[in-house]
Design a protein around this ligand. Structure first.
Ligand code: SAM
Length: 250
């Protein structure tokens, strides 16, 4: 069988593309591409003329078996998304799962990924973190997700678009303590890259102070709950359970 390559592409700056990524994309038989029109300038820039087929969230379930057939027949395929690492808040999961279960070799060609870029530059702890992707669209579900995370001691990472960043930051401000640090990483690797250190209680006024701050693509990096807070929370929960058990005994 052929090989399925997962090739990371730049998240803004066209030069954040590896030599190996270019080699692989030139050599494979086919590029499965989230949006062929979007990727064409990048492919042209690097002289990649390999044929490309669309592979996106609306066709990945039906397209994956066809691509697995082609891999089984010996063709090699590279998957790319519009930006960054495929499968990270991007299409590809059904394809990778079925390729692996068909015994096809899956090879990552690593490169840019917005969450890693934002986290590494955030100044927040990087030893343990939780990537939450995009928060739910519906306000009730979004608040519920945030509430579930409010005692998590890991650094929390969210993706956001310009359309919803204010709503999400407002919900974060309603649920998390105002002194928690919130790093807003915007337009990474691009001309207007901004990485600002705010506190949960100040973030909204910061975003609203400059209309340009609301444009572009965002990664929100939120400080985790203090470890002692977690320990206290656990102790309180243990005490509550103990009381219930003691009541049952009496
Ligand atoms: N696969 C991509 C990756 O590896 O990061 C993520 C794709 S996801 C559909 C797009 C989201 O990633 C954006 O809404 C934003 O949250 C984040 N993102 C992508 N590029 C970014 C950039 N240059 N600066 C800040 N955030 C970015």
């Amino acid at each position: 069988p052929g090989i399925l390559y997962l090739v990371a592409t730049p998240i803004g700056n066209l030069r954040d593309f590896t030599f190996r990524a270019v080699d692989v994309l030139q050599q494979v038989d086919l590029i499965a591409c989230e949006d062929t029109r979007h990727s064409r300038p990048l492919l042209d820039h690097y002289g990649i003329s390999t044929s490309a087929v669309p592979f996106h969230e609306h066709n990945e379930d039906s397209a994956s078996p066809r691509l697995v057939d082609r891999l089984l027949r010996g063709e090699s395929i590279a998957l790319i998304s519009d930006a960054g690492t495929p499968l990270i808040s991007d299409p590809g999961f059904p394809l990778v799962r079925s390729a692996r279960s068909a015994g096809i070799r899956v090879v990552p060609v690593p490169g840019a990924c917005a969450l890693v870029a934002a986290l590494s530059a955030s100044g927040l702890p990087t030893d343990r973190f939780a990537f939450e992707g995009f928060l739910p669209r519906r306000p009730a579900a979004r608040k519920a997700s945030l509430e579930n995370l409010s005692n998590d001691a890991r650094t929390l990472i969210f993706y956001e678009s310009s359309h919803r960043v204010l709503e999400s930051v407002a919900d974060i401000a309603a649920i998390f303590p105002s002194e928690r640090r919130l790093v807003i990483a915007r337009e990474l690797t691009k001309l207007f890259e901004t990485i600002v250190d705010t506190k949960v209680g100040e973030a909204i006024s910061f975003l609203e102070s400059d209309p340009n701050m609301l444009k572009g693509e965002f990664v929100l990096v939120l400080e985790g709950a203090p470890e002692f807070g977690r320990a206290e929370g656990l102790a309180a929960e243990e005490e509550r359970i103990l009381r219930i058990l003691l009541e049952d005994c009496s």
